[in-house]
Design a binder for this molecule. Structure first.
Ligand code: SF4
Ligand code: SF4
Length: 269
């Protein structure tokens, strides 16, 4: 005889974890937890609760960069126990300011400068999650945007890999009908090479974008540098600004060409 009973619906399990970061993404997740809890079973969130289950889960949100051996070991363990991994925030997706700093100074030197000559704990050059393990979804931001977080979570609950836009901030800026502060006020706005998602937060209040969402899809770095040099910024200013949030070195592989452009700008050719 056939049973009329339907199989019990399983609620997806979720874990929220952090590596080296400022906890900004954890706060955004915490703020949105009430909206998520009817649809997920929270297994682990050490930042927010003292009793945690570290067994296998469907979705793990991970904040922070890999900046020491403990981070790396923890990340590999989380990968083994998670069906989906979502890298949340610029640190996890791009390496953020700690990776930017590592591009300018050796990590051992930085440790001594910050913690003193006698410090001896192990550090690694800051890196992205995807440099070490497979990452299923990358949700950038510093911190992440609540609407993007909930949209990504909703897709994953239906077992769909979500689309996260990599179009530039300029797109959102134009949709808000903002005047362009790069063109009209000569401010060093990185909107043309930064991924959208924030709703053009900074230009909407008259402040130039400084790239906290990380690079957009196929960012035209040379063209961006050229425009900024035409407006009187030095190549050093531009590179510091572009690299502040850990943009990967391959984006700067045409550094020699940029330097040529700088020379041309200086000689007025
Ligand atoms: S203000 Fe910045 S983000 Fe807005 S359109 Fe101009 S360059 Fe793009
Ligand atoms: S406008 Fe740029 S700096 Fe400001 S929040 Fe958006 S991505 Fe970050």
């Amino acid at each position: 005889m056939q049973s009329n009973l339907k199989p019990a619906k399983t609620i997806p399990t979720v874990s929220v974890q952090s590596l080296t970061g400022c906890a900004g993404e954890l706060l955004v997740i915490l703020e949105n937890l009430q909206k998520m809890l009817p649809y997920v079973r929270l297994q682990s969130f050490p930042f927010a609760q003292s009793t945690n289950n570290n067994g296998p889960v469907d979705i793990t949100f991970i904040e922070g960069s890999v900046s020491n051996p403990h981070d790396l070991e923890k990340l590999k363990g989380l990968r083994e126990r998670s069906k989906r991994i979502v890298a949340v925030g610029n640190c996890a997706v791009w390496g953020c300011v700690q990776k930017g700093a590592c591009s300018r100074m050796a990590v051992e030197e930085m440790r001594k400068k910050v913690y003193g000559e006698l410090s001896s704990f192990a550090v690694m050059p800051a890196s992205r999650l995807e440099d070490h393990v497979r990452v299923d979804v990358k949700l950038s931001g510093c911190p992440i945007d609540s609407t993007q977080l909930l949209a990504v979570t909703a897709s994953l609950l239906k077992d769909h890999l979500p689309y996260v836009t990599q179009k530039p901030v300029c797109l959102e800026c134009k949709l808000r009908e903002n005047p362009c502060i790069l063109i009209e006020q000569d401010l060093p706005c990185l909107g043309p090479v930064t991924a959208a998602g924030c709703g053009a937060l900074c230009p909407s209040v008259g402040a130039p974008c400084y790239g906290c969402w990380g690079p957009s899809e196929e960012p035209q770095i040379d063209a961006m540098a050229h425009v900024l040099m035409e407006k009187g910024f030095t190549l050093t200013d531009i590179l510091n600004r572009l690299q502040a949030f850990g943009a990967p070195p391959e984006l700067f592989s045409r550094l020699n060409q940029l330097q040529d452009l700088a020379q041309q700008a200086n000689t007025g050719k």
